[in-house]
Design a protein around this ligand. Structure first.
Ligand code: ADQ
Length: 468
């Protein structure tokens, strides 16, 4: 296997302590790199007064990492700006929140150029490069301009939007064209892949074959669906570790015989948190028998707190959870426990295991690893029930969950009620099928499938097949 260079905006391989706070992408990438003796390149997360391009090389958690510092202007225009105020909302179908500013555009291109300049000296002849996510859509173009001819793959962790949504982006063709400088473009689901293919054929006079060969903008590439998974064995082990058992017992004690409905998310408008609270309120109103018998624990870790839309959401969630608690609470019972802190992975696994219902109801989500973690953490003899949004990428694989439309309060309230009352035999049957999928489609499988597909790409092959 060729040496792998992974590239992502932030480089945060979980060290021993860091495991606890790592997000989906960090966990997945670290697992992918651990065995490959590769390098992980990206932004250090630090800013300096004037950009130098100086590389820092370290070893963290068994992975060699190479990072560069950026300027404060880069953070504002590239990271908070184009990535998180333009692309993130747009790709999650929130055109109302997407900001288009020229300075964001310029900052995004500038940082991708800086990344290419800093990365270039690290690249050796046979290396295979694997670039992650929406911060770096044009990185291959910049590397090609600098003479890099290595195989370069790209994986998009978030959804690819429908054509009519994507085309609201000013200069969308330039961005899509830059993607075709990758040899392989990976998406979470067949839907995302097909949305990109639809854009190429309907808006860019491109050609797409049933084998995933694409040609457009005078270039050829390959597309595919590579659903990401979790480090399943490791997570199952975490769920029965002493820390998890302690967290599980403490949780069960505090539940005092009540059933727990659990949500665990970054505090992000794509996760459908407000809609979830309102659906839970609907359940309490429609089903008085649930009063004092259940509660919702919503863990919502603060995220991108310097972007206005996130501050607005946080204020709304504070208000809605406070209002529902005010309306329904008794001296002995609080219907919503709303928590903004983050937990160690093993603690989280214990909390997942204590919950009778896992509520994963994003309005849009590339995959959603919480759904998979919840399943992996369950007790096989007495598992909880996963309630999953049809708009999470995970829904395409996790068909034995109770699939809901997160835009319908009635639908969600009904699914929660069904989950709370589901007989054990049905819970076990559904869980078994979900668990088989989570075990099979692990993060190792994701890495192996992507890297194998990337290594199998041959430029001549692409050119011939795209014409056919
Ligand atoms: P995210 O949007 O971050 O990831 P997700 O897939 O749910 O979403 O991953 C979240 C991760 O953070 C999980 O591993 C979870 O355990 C952890 N986490 C969340 N809240 C936590 C808390 N309070 N304490 C500790 N840990 C917490 C993006 C895309 C997703 C895609 C992933 C991976 O938006 O759609 O699934 O990348 O590709």
């Amino acid at each position: 296997m060729a040496r792998l260079i992974a590239v992502s905006n932030r480089v945060s391989p979980p060290g021993e302590a860091g495991v606890a706070s790592s997000g989906g992408l960090a966990m997945a990438l670290a697992a992918a790199l651990r065995e490959s003796a590769g390098i992980w390149f990206g932004w250090s997360g630090r800013t300096v007064d004037a950009y130098t391009g100086q590389l820092s090389i370290d070893r963290v958690g068994g992975v060699t990492v190479a990072t560069v510092d950026l300027e404060e202007q880069d953070r504002q225009e590239y990271y908070n700006g184009y990535a998180n105020k333009t692309l993130w909302p747009l790709f999650h179908y929130r055109m109302d929140l997407a900001a288009y500013e020229r300075s964001f555009d310029a900052g995004y291109v500038r940082v991708n150029e800086r990344f290419a300049d800093a990365l270039q000296p690290l690249v050796e002849a046979d290396d295979v490069l694997w670039v992650q996510d929406y911060h770096l859509l044009p990185l291959a173009r910049e590397l090609r301009r600098r003479g890099i001819t290595n195989k370069i793959g790209f994986f998009l962790h978030i959804p690819w939007p429908a054509r009519r949504v994507f085309t609201t982006l000013p200069r969308h063709a330039d961005l899509a064209s830059a993607l075709l400088d990758y040899d392989l473009i990976g998406f979470q689901t067949a839907d995302d892949r097909d949305a990109f293919a639809g854009y190429l054929t309907q808006s860019a006079q491109g050609l797409v074959t049933s084998q995933g060969h694409v040609s457009a903008f005078g270039k050829q590439s390959r597309i595919g669906a590579f659903p990401i998974g979790i480090d399943t064995t490791d997570f199952q082990r975490a769920a029965t570790s002493p820390t998890a058992v302690t967290a599980f017992r403490a949780m069960r004690r505090s539940m005092a015989g009540r059933k727990m409905i659990l949500g665990v998310d970054r505090l992000d408008y794509s996760k459908g948190l407000e809609e979830r609270l309102l659906a839970y309120e609907q359940l309490l109103s429609d089903r008085p028998d649930t009063l004092e018998k259940v509660f919702l624990l919503q863990i919502a870790t603060l995220s991108r707190d310097d972007v206005d839309a996130y501050q607005d959401l946080r204020a709304r969630l504070d208000a809605v959870s406070g209002r529902i608690n005010g309306a329904f609470a008794t001296v002995e019972w609080v219907p919503i426990r709303y928590v903004n802190r983050s937990y160690r992975r093993d603690q989280l696994a214990g909390i997942y295991r204590a919950a009778q219902v896992g509520l994963v109801t994003p309005l849009r989500d590339g995959m959603n690893l919480v759904a998979k973690e919840y399943v992996a953490a369950q007790d096989p003899d007495n598992p909880g029930v996963l309630v999953l949004s049809e708009f999470a990428g995970a829904a395409a694989q996790m068909t034995e969950a109770l699939i809901v439309n997160p835009f319908s309060r009635e639908d969600m309230a009904e699914a929660i009620r069904r989950a709370l009352t589901m007989p054990k035999s049905e819970r076990r049957r559904r869980w078994r099928s979900l668990m088989d999928g989570v075990a099979r489609d692990s993060v190792e499988m994701w890495r192996d499938r992507f890297v194998a597909a990337l290594e199998a790409v041959s430029p001549a092959d692409i050119a011939i097949q795209a014409r056919g």
